[in-house]
Design a protein. Sequence first.
Lengths: 699, 361
Amino acid sequence: MKFYCSILTLIFCSIYIFSFGQRSAYYDALYLKSQYDIIKSLRAEPANKELFNYYFGKLSDDALEDSIAKNPFLKDYYQPEHAQGLFSEAIQKGASSLGSLNVTNIADGIAQFLIKRGKEELNVAFFDRMKKFLDDPNHPECKTLFPVTIEFLSSIETYRYAELIQSLREAFNKDLSNLITNVNQLIDHPKYKKILKDFPEIRAAVRTSKIVSELSQSEEGILPDSLIHELATLPEWNEINSNLSNSLKFLDILSQSIRYLPVEKAFDTASNTISMKDTILYSRKIDTTIAGRTIRDTTIHYNVISERTIKHSEIKAVDIKDNVKQRWVKLSDLNKAFKDSITLKIFIGLLYEKIKSETIQFTADNATIKADQWLDSNANTIFVISGLIENFAIQVNEVDRAIKDFKDKRNNGTLNNDDYYTYISKAINLTEYGFKVANIIKENVINDEYIIMARNSNELYKNIYTKNYNNAVMNVYAILNQVFNKLPKSTNISEARRNALKSLGLKSETIEKILKYGNFMASVVKAESGEEVAKALEAAALPAGSYSVKQKSAFNISVNGYIGYGFDFNGGLYARGIYAPVGFSINRGTRKKWGSTFSAFVGLIDVGSIATYRLENGATEKLKQEVRLESIFSPSAQLIVEPIRGFPLAIAAGWKRTPKLFYSDKTSFIAVPPTNVFNLSVLIDIPMFTIVNKTFDKK
Amino acid sequence: MIQARVLIPLNIRTGTPEILPNNNTGDKFYNPGDVVEIAEAVIGVNYKENSIWYKLVDGGFVWSGGVAGTNEINASFASTLYYPWMLNLKIPDIWEFSKGRGVGIGVIDTGINLNNKDIEFNKTDFYIYNTSQSLQDSFGHGTHCAALIGARNINGKFIGVAPESNLYICKFSESGSLSDSEAIRYADAINWCTSNKNIHIISISWGGRLRDQQIKQKVEEAINTAIANNKVIICSIGDASQDNDSSKRYPACFDNAIGIGSIPVPGKLFSFLNEHLITITDGLDIASYRHDNDKLITMSGTSQSTAIVAGLVALIIKKMNFIYTPIQIKKMLTDFSETKQILGKPMPCLSGQKLIDFFKN
């Protein structure tokens, strides 16, 4: 389940990272348009063979021309009769090139994201699940994933969680920072292979982490567009939800289609040349305006003799000066290009072929529509498609700008959380756009559940990124609730998926518990003072009325507090008065409407004795009380009955050992030794944490 | 580098090998008896029927007519005076026997640059698909191919394969493509050529699929009629985007046409390969005239190969004193080809040696 949550987060949050391929439909459309301007027809030639192969697949020239003639957007630009021998200097004078994007700090962001995602896991009651895994010999893989945490958990007692939470958190951090490595080690574990088979979500998570790991280990680090491309091609998405998978693919294709291709990478720095193999040579002077490039035809000498290479030192100099770090084509350039209706149609035509070749389709209400069919149906209302592309371009340009600002500020040392927020918000808008597109193509293919999940996942990413852990916990809660409680009830989910989700056995109360513990831990992690820890505890304590949970439970173990008045049977001073023990309570409720709840309570501390002894003993009245650990350490064993269901009144009787109290002034020191007493108390029940809760079986 | 003695007062021209008011910087010149150091010979502006210029080691150009020993010098620089494809086909050698004088060549294409005096053509007898259109080439392909066939080198910049042939311009398109229905213009243009008794060769550097069967039939009929009227029809076999593509392009793939391909260059130039391919020759980066000025531009493909072969056929027909048949010419082109292993397969490659052997005999 944790992986499910994580992978959802990864899926939806990673979409802002861009795809990387070998081509960009934007440039290809411009190239073909320039060819069309000359020949008045689209045709294959060696120089553009790779271009057509990319969109149409490897076809003979006849088959390719047939495909072009059938393409609803390109058919108007195909003529069957051609002048031969055109592809040379006449149409290949300008230059544009392929290239890879610069390394960005997105890689760092992803790594951080994974680590923080792990922190989020901490917040969703990671202790308990990890402990169970530890105790369960069927889950040896935990030792691979979280070796430090397991070692730590093994060395402490459960009740010390609270006091050791900071140390535990550090242990988690250590493991999570190595999560990618650990996960990849896990892949080979026999037990894990079985899990991989049964749960595509987990499989996808592992594969995603592997991709990130491999990319991050490359010389250039994670190239964001290559990451999204890798993610979009993971087969596991189909097993989760084919619409999800296809919307990712669609978004990936859109992203690739308007990817910015910087020029400088096409150059061999040694020879300062561009070769035909890794560049596309474009035609005529119109290329000088492509994507705002600063290359001018006049600065380029095209040497047709020497193996069709471009040699001119000025080109490189210009590009270095240009040094654009954008990932996508600028909106203004795109708009400029698409003002030309032929270029726009060629662009969409190429997109159409690519989408067709990927077989992107969406299913809803027992009906399926292919994305290319949708494009085809809008061939005469092309503004619908162009609007979709334009909106996407607006989104990616926003992200581009945000990334630029982000990097500038980081370089300037002025980066703050607001900048993170802005950056991620832009990315979120882009993420959601993928689903919007899918829903435009076919209504409701990505239903509300997934959109809500996506938003929550995105918000989660944002909150983790901005270290807003409490909100992150809320996001997790929303995601889990959506996945395990609402999704199985949806009509848009397969029976297999529904059963798979159910088989994970997560119930509403479990998810509620995750919210509670997660919030508590987030607050503790965030706390910078004792007061803040107290507030976190206060917030994490069960709300008023929570006593009723155990009154209605078949079996319940909780960290419990009581406060009330106690009478001691020893006639001594110590046990009479305010009694406020905190400890573990084992409870058994009743089915009956007015039945009683019986509890066995093992107390560890009592904060009431300090006050009681002071109030009752005049000798210590004027002395300064020293509160040591022993002052509140008061083990006790009580049997408690809550006679009235629906009311937190508890009557307790049992043994307790009073705390050791210390009083002093400048001249004297009094130590009140602990003693064993038997007491009877009337108390108010204040449950704090439920550790185990088992409801009555429904009959 | 070759040293040569100057015979007459000789200006040094900068920039380009031509005589301009401002390209004799500082009025630099050589006096008779001076020695110049020549780096290479180039084709420049034609001056007193001589377009060969010498590029000097120290920069600048001098006209070859003012230098002693030009024959020897030119022979030394033959490879730079003529393009490699010309030398491969031994065209300069063939010109000693024939320059195609009197042979009429109909060039069915996109028209001609009316303002290039180097390209002489019959200005009263031409075909145009729409009489309201100008014969002026607005695209470039027609001019490039026509000049390859018959440029006269009056400008001193470029000479065609058959510089003394007669060009007949058949403009059947404004751009580089035709639609299905417009393909009927093939037939119209061929028929016009057929009706012109002065045309011996029809050069068509175009190709297509002729998807309209009725039009396809009419084009084939036009070709058959042309053949019946002793016209040699040289057609581009078509540029393929990859090797080993046997797609058929028409009119080259009609039985009576002669399909011409280019020597393939991996990644750059391929021809369709089928049974209608008669011979191949160079087609990569072939320079010829532009349509909008008198400068040169390179194009690559079977169009250029076709134009070269059309020019060669003009030379052949002249050599044969106009006694020929299309079938005979087709067979000769096959005979003049030698099989070469190119990209792992045997291909009929036009042989300069076989050609010159023919002309010498």
